[in-house]
Design a protein around this ligand. Structure first.
Ligand code: TYM
Length: 347
């Protein structure tokens, strides 16, 4: 196997390795952007970065095949448009690198069922479903494989993925105990601001691609300015008039709007509150938050359309990403196979 620049980088001591993933199901929403993508872009310097479009995860619930293909490309274009630099970050599609599915199988065999049944996301997603795929239960093991294959130190995610990263740690530790030191035990990196963007129609529920069809719930990263204004105008607040951060569940709507403004502007909580002392009520707050969101997304949307005009180049970047990713994960997978006692094919 050819040793690529990244393989050498991955082996370089001292350089932190970062891995994260995003599903190409549904439209990318503001929570994905503020909780994950924005931070990936800002922190890609001086680290070895892998960002994966997790199509294997996406099909744990049915996806219309043509739509999945379209959304996978569109998501890749959004990631590059948001500022992931192919020279600093390896961006690739999970199904292009067979080691991911292979790792999942082997890790399945060291993961007790009880660990999976306890996952809150599984419980939420399977509640009230007539039929639940085995894939949905197994989802966090596939995710553990994603992370562990790259000797990952840091996993930057939103708050909702914390439990899955904890599970990846438990699986790594168990494998290391049973078969000897093999995997780096990764850590979740969860930003203080933006880690939990809530729905605009219901600030007690996390903003989610799954509810994008509900009017006024989510802001899409590709939404037109007028649509963004409309979504914020409709945002649920409370009957008061105080524009300050608060833990009070009654005031979760205003808290969420201020949180969105805070992560986009990069200002401190007291500066943010200071920015609104002269505001004329919640209408003014909503308009100003919409304005910073529109300003933040405008250049990303412009670049997105440019990238989508040349999908040939986009596909080439993704092929290059997959090749780099495979050059790191295939040797790791060979090490894992060796550890569990498989015979490796001889050439
Ligand atoms: P996914 O596709 O649901 O979300 C991608 C990223 O966006 C974050 N996020 C949010 N952050 C703040 N507020 C929100 N409302 C919000 N909604 C989503 C998520 O926390 C995530 O960081 N299982 C993962 C994908 C995955 C993965 C991995 C992640 C697969 N393998 C390995 C890390 C490492 C998921 O479904 O993300």
């Amino acid at each position: 196997m050819q040793t690529s620049e990244l393989t050498r980088e991955a082996a370089a001591p001292g350089k932190r390795r970062v891995f994260s993933g995003i599903q190409p199901s549904g439209e990318v929403q503001l929570g994905n952007y503020l909780g994950a993508i924005k931070g990936w872009v800002e922190r890609q310097e001086d680290k070895t970065n892998f960002f994966c479009l997790v199509d294997l995860h996406a099909i744990t619930v049915y996806q219309e095949p043509e739509e999945l293909r379209r959304q996978t490309r569109s998501l890749a274009a959004i990631l590059f448009a948001a500022g992931l630099d192919p020279d600093k970050s390896t961006v690739f599609i999970q199904s292009h690198v067979p080691a991911h599915a292979e790792a999942c199988w082997i890790l399945n065999c060291v993961t007790p069922m009880g660990w999976l049944e306890r996952m809150t996301q599984f419980k939420d997603k399977s509640a009230n479903q007539e039929r639940v795929s085995a894939g949905l239960l197994d989802y966090p093991v596939l995710m553990a494989g994603d992370i562990l294959l790259y000797d990952t130190h840091e996993v930057p995610v939103g708050e909702d993925q914390r439990q899955h990263v904890e599970l990846a740690r438990d699986i790594a530790e168990r494998f290391n105990r049973v078969y000897g030191e093999t995997f780096v035990v990764p850590e979740a990196v969860i930003a203080e601001a933006g880690a939990r963007v809530m729905g605009l129609n219901d600030p007690t529920a996390k903003m989610s691609k799954s509810f994008s069809h509900i009017r006024g719930h989510a802001v899409g990263v590709l939404d037109e300015p007028k649509e963004i204004e409309r979504s914020f105008k409709r945002a649920v607040t409370d009957s008061g008039n105080e524009i300050t951060f608060s833990d009070d569940p009654e005031r979760a709507g205003v808290n969420n709007l201020l949180g969105i403004y805070k992560v986009i502007t990069g200002r401190s909580s007291s500066q943010v509150e200071g920015d609104f002392v002269d505001a004329r009520g919640y209408g003014d707050l909503k308009a100003r938050v919409a304005e910073v969101v529109i300003e933040e997304l405008a250049p990303i949307q412009k670049r997105y359309h440019e990238i989508m005009d040349d999908v040939g180049e986009l596909d080439r970047l993704l092929a290059r990403g997959a090749e780099h990713a495979a050059s790191v994960s295939t040797p790791k997978m060979d090490e894992v196979k060796e550890k569990v006692g498989f015979t490796l094919p001889r050439s």
